[in-house]
Design a protein around this ligand. Structure first.
Ligand SMILES: *[C@@H]1O[C@H](CO)[C@@H](O)[C@H](O)[C@H]1NC(C)=O
Ligand SMILES: *[C@@H]1O[C@H](CO)[C@@H](O)[C@H](O)[C@H]1NC(C)=O
Ligand SMILES: *[C@@H]1O[C@H](CO)[C@@H](O)[C@H](O)[C@H]1NC(C)=O
Ligand SMILES: *[C@@H]1O[C@H](CO)[C@@H](O)[C@H](O)[C@H]1NC(C)=O
Ligand SMILES: *[C@@H]1O[C@H](CO)[C@@H](O)[C@H](O)[C@H]1NC(C)=O
Length: 291
C-alpha cells in the first residue's frame, strides 16, 4: 500500500513537471521551415544558437522597450536574432514572454537553422541571414476571432471605422524612433474598436509603412473581414484589433474620432451611389458586367 501510494505520488509529480516544462506560450504560432537548413547536434551552430537564446533570456540585456538584436558567432555558423515585445509590455512581462516563447520554439523547431515564433506578447526570430534592418512580410500568420460574437453589428461601418483607425495608427507607428515603432488607439462608430500596430524599430519609416500596409491590405481583407477581432503576424510588423481593450492599462491609447470620409461633391463626377438602407438587400452585382 505505502509503496504504491508513493509510486503514484512520484508518478504524478513527474507528470506535473513534464506539463510545466512544456508550457506553451499563449497564442503561440511558429514557422520552422522558412529555409530548409538543419543543423546537426553538437555543431558550432547549435552552440551559437544556445548562447544566443541564453543571452536573450538573460536580464543583462538592456530592455530598450522590448527590442533585442543579437548576433553570435562568425559566418557560416553565425546566428542572428531579433526579438520584440508588444509595445505595451513592461520589462518583467516581456522577459517572461521571451522565456516561454523561446522554450516553445526550441521544442517545436529543434534543429532548424532559421525559425520564427509569435506569441501573445512577443516575437522571436533567428536566422543565418542578416535580418536586422531588412523588412520581411513572409512568412505570415493570422489569428481571427471565430465565435458567436465575432460578427460586427454593421460590417461595412465597422470596416470603414477600422480602416480609418489603422491609417492613423500606421503613421504613428512608422514615425516612431529607432527603439520604438508602436501605436495603439481606439475609435468608435457602430461599436468601439481598439487596435495596435507595431514594427521592429530597426526598420526605416518607409519600410515600416510598407510592412503595415501589407498587413492591413489584402491579408486583413482575406482573413479578418467580418470579424470583430483579428491579428496579422509578419516577421517585421504586426497588427491586432478587437472590440475589447486588450492593451495594458498603462498603454498610451490615442483616441481617434471617426469621421467618415465625405464625398467631394465639387469634382463633377457622378454622385456616389446611395448606401442601401438598413435591412435592405445587399448591393446586387451590376448586370452588364462581363456580359
Ligand atoms: C531538416 O529536417 C526536417 C525534419 O527533420 C526534414 O524534413 C528536412 O528534410 C531536413 N532538411 C534538410 C535540408 O536536411
Ligand atoms: C527596406 O527594406 C529593404 C528590403 O528588406 C531593404 O533592402 C532596404 O535596405 C530597406 N530600406 C531601408 C531604408 O531601410
Ligand atoms: C513557412 O514559411 C515558408 C517560407 O515563407 C512558407 O513557404 C511556408 O508555407 C510556411 N509554412 C507554414 C506552415 O506557414
Ligand atoms: C544590431 O546589433 C549589431 C551588432 O551588435 C549592431 O552593430 C547594430 O547597430 C544593431 N542594430 C540595431 C538597429 O540595433
Ligand atoms: C491620429 O488621430 C489623432 C487624434 O485625433 C490626431 O491627433 C493625429 O494627428 C492623427 N494622426 C494622423 C496621422 O492622422
Amino acid at each position: 500500500m505505502g509503496f504504491s501510494r508513493l509510486f503514484l505520488l512520484l508518478l504524478s509529480s513527474a507528470f506535473h513537471i513534464n506539463l510545466s516544462s512544456s508550457e506553451v506560450a499563449p497564442n503561440f504560432r511558429k514557422n520552422c521551415s522558412i529555409s530548409d537548413g538543419n543543423f546537426t547536434a553538437n555543431s558550432p551552430y547549435e552552440a551559437n544558437l544556445n548562447r544566443l537564446f541564453s543571452q536573450l533570456k538573460s536580464s543583462d540585456q538592456d530592455f530598450n522597450y522590448g527590442f533585442y538584436n543579437i548576433s553570435v558567432g562568425q559566418s557560416p555558423d553565425q546566428v542572428n536574432a531579433i526579438a520584440l515585445c508588444r509595445g505595451d509590455q513592461k520589462e518583467n512581462d516581456c522577459r517572461s514572454c521571451l522565456d516561454v516563447t523561446i522554450s516553445s520554439l526550441q521544442e517545436v523547431c529543434p534543429r532548424n537553422k532559421e525559425a520564427i515564433a509569435w506569441s501573445k506578447f512577443c516575437t522571436v526570430r533567428y536566422s543565418t541571414r542578416k535580418i536586422i534592418g531588412v523588412m520581411e512580410v513572409d512568412p505570415f500568420d493570422q489569428i481571427h476571432r471565430w465565435d458567436s460574437q465575432s460578427v460586427p453589428r454593421d460590417v461595412n461601418d465597422f470596416d470603414r471605422a477600422l480602416s480609418f483607425l489603422l491609417k492613423n495608427l500606421s503613421v504613428g507607428a512608422a514615425t516612431g524612433d529607432s527603439l520604438f515603432k508602436f501605436a495603439a488607439g481606439s475609435t468608435v462608430s457602430s461599436q468601439r474598436i481598439y487596435a495596435m500596430m507595431q514594427c521592429t524599430p530597426d526598420l526605416s519609416h518607409e519600410n515600416c509603412s510598407a510592412c503595415l500596409a501589407t498587413a492591413s491590405g489584402d491579408r486583413m481583407r482575406n482573413f479578418c473581414y467580418g470579424n470583430t477581432g483579428c491579428r496579422i503576424l509578419q516577421p517585421s510588423c504586426f497588427l491586432r484589433y478587437a472590440t475589447d481593450s486588450f492593451l495594458d492599462n498603462s498603454a498610451k491609447i490615442t483616441i481617434v474620432p471617426f469621421s467618415p470620409p465625405s464625398p467631394t461633391p465639387t469634382e463633377g463626377g457622378p454622385p456616389p451611389s446611395p448606401t442601401p438602407t438598413e435591412g435592405g438587400s445587399p448591393p446586387s452585382p451590376t448586370p452588364t458586367e462581363g456580359s
